[in-house]
Design a protein. Structure first.
Length: 506
């Protein structure tokens, strides 16, 4: 992927890449045990900041460097007078290298050590998960599974070190069972798997520390020839992509978006898309929908130019006059929807394809590839497009998103927790959004947002990245005002408008 960290967000890496970064950091002059001490110190600082009233903790340590971080943290806590319960899942005599040094350091500091056994009472006010690091790829079993269950059953706050044990560092999948952390502090390189799939529900707040000394240029040195697996998007990119309008702007400068959807009985989805396109600043928004919906659409949103369409023949020159077409919301898979999609595909305009537009691509209009469309599947639609299941998509969301883009072209947004954008220059992850978005119409709102951004002149990939952030952040703003439960897609429009006006978004 091209782009500076400022323009592309924070770099995300796969586990193998992070291990290489760790090796390079040590080769650059930071001893392995010193790096472990820095990691433990950063975790200890995060713990104290997050839970300032606590005075006791239980630290569960596995083998390897992840367990070593836990042993050092236990020593730091004991040195400040905390009551520390240190629990080993791997006998100290079986440890080697820096992990053994860390365990010996904790013992020398007077920290007791218990061996894990089923039924062991975890006594700390805070749990520290230092069980399994980023090397895990198979299902969690045995004593580690028991310990994870005990952490989750404790109903206490949990700090996960590097990654919640049981989460796949590359995909975000839960490997049978995983720690439910309140916070996760991760080191050296941020992990792609922390930001998509099950991980957003399991990692809590994710904090990244590169562990270099203040003023060091080591991050630039060790990553200079390494291409990140993805980029973590940041809200600052919205203002960078959407500067204030010039004082002499007129509607012709801001593009014309046409929404095609709303088969008989399904008018609401298409209207939601059209309304969000208007709120995002498209100069003109047209809606081609079944005639039965025209009156309701005009009453709800008179600014949208609504056209009753009985079939593709009624579209006339509408697609040719638009700069971008949004097709799919409420489209249906019957003859009306098929005819409208066919007309959209033949119009020679950039497309946003969602909902039944995607289902028709999977079932009726197969084998198409374009470089000028933006596809927005949820996992179920992605599975149909790939000839697999939603469950299979969720096992490895980054791979599914990349394969969709390879197979269909253009830019693909794989929606869900930690939405992924796959474009010609790589993968990006959106860290925003909330569970309130699990309601009808949210995808239609996103389609309209994307259509407006394309009408405004953004490239497909930039529109996709900015659009998923605006959509998710608007949902976060709306939820902050009234709560997640009961959040409606229509609640996002006014919040999205604030976000795309740089002087209003903070």
């Amino acid at each position: 992927m091209t782009g500076s960290p400022r323009s592309s967000g924070r770099a995300l890496y796969r586990a193998e890449q992070v291990r290489e970064l760790d090796r390079r950091t040590i080769a650059a002059g930071i001893a392995g045990f010193a790096l472990m001490q820095r990691a433990a110190a950063a975790a200890w600082q995060e713990l104290r900041t997050a839970w300032p009233e606590a005075r006791s903790l239980s630290v569960l340590c596995g083998g390897g460097n992840n367990g070593g971080d836990g042993h050092v943290l236990a020593a730091l806590a004991a040195a400040e007078g905390w009551v520390v319960q240190r629990v080993a899942l791997k006998p100290v005599e079986d440890l080697s290298g820096d992990a053994r040094l860390a365990a010996d350091m904790a013992s020398a500091a007077g920290v007791g050590l218990e061996t894990w056994r089923p039924g062991l009472a975890l006594e700390g006010e805070v749990m520290v998960d230092a069980l399994l690091g980023t090397g895990l790829s198979g299902e969690v079993r045995g004593a580690f599974r028991e310990a994870i269950a005990a952490i989750n059953a404790s109903d206490r706050p949990v700090l996960a070190i590097d990654i919640p044990s049981g989460v796949h560092a590359d995909t975000g999948a839960e490997l049978g069972v995983a720690v439910r952390a309140s916070r996760t502090i991760t080191f050296i390189g941020d992990k792609l798997g922390l930001h998509t799939g099950r991980a957003p529900a399991l990692a809590g707040r994710v904090v990244f520390r590169d562990l270099t000394a203040p003023g060091s240029d080591a991050p630039a040195t060790v990553t200079v020839d390494m291409t990140p697996a993805a980029w973590l998007l940041h809200r600052d990119m919205i203002a960078a992509a959407l500067p204030p309008r010039p004082r002499d702007a007129h509607k012709g400068n801001s593009g014309h978006a046409l929404v095609l959807g709303g088969a008989p009985g399904f008018g609401g989805a298409a209207l939601l898309a059209a309304e969000h396109a208007a709120r995002l600043g498209a100069g003109k928004v047209s809606l081609a929908t079944a005639p039965a919906h025209v009156t309701a659409c005009l009453v709800r949103r008179p600014e949208v130019m609504v056209h009753g369409v009985r079939g593709a023949g009624d579209l006339g020159e509408l697609p040719a006059r638009a700069d971008v077409l949004v097709v799919g919301p409420g489209l249906g898979q019957g003859s009306w929807g098929q005819a409208v999609l066919q007309a959209a595909l033949e119009a020679g305009r950039p497309l946003v394809v969602d909902a039944d537009g995607l289902n028709l691509l999977a079932n009726r209009f197969t084998g198409l590839w374009r470089d000028d469309w933006l596809l927005t599947p949820h996992p179920g639609e992605a599975g149909r497009l790939l000839g697999t299941s939603a469950a299979d998509v969720e096992v490895d969301r980054p791979a599914a998103a990349a394969e969709l883009q390879r197979r269909y072209g253009g830019t693909v947004i794989l929606k869900g927790a930690g939405s992924l954008v796959a474009g010609p220059s790589g993968l990006a992850a959106c860290p925003y959004g909330n569970p309130g978005m699990a309601s009808g119409g949210m995808g239609d709102a996103l389609s309209g947002i994307l259509g407006a951004l394309l009408a405004l002149g953004l490239s497909l990939e930039t529109a996709a990245r900015v659009g998923v952030m605006v959509h998710a952040l608007a949902a976060d703003m709306a939820a902050a005002a009234g709560g997640e439960r009961g959040l409606l897609a229509g609640d996002l429009a006014s919040c999205a408008r604030i976000l795309v006006n740089p002087t209003m978004g903070e």
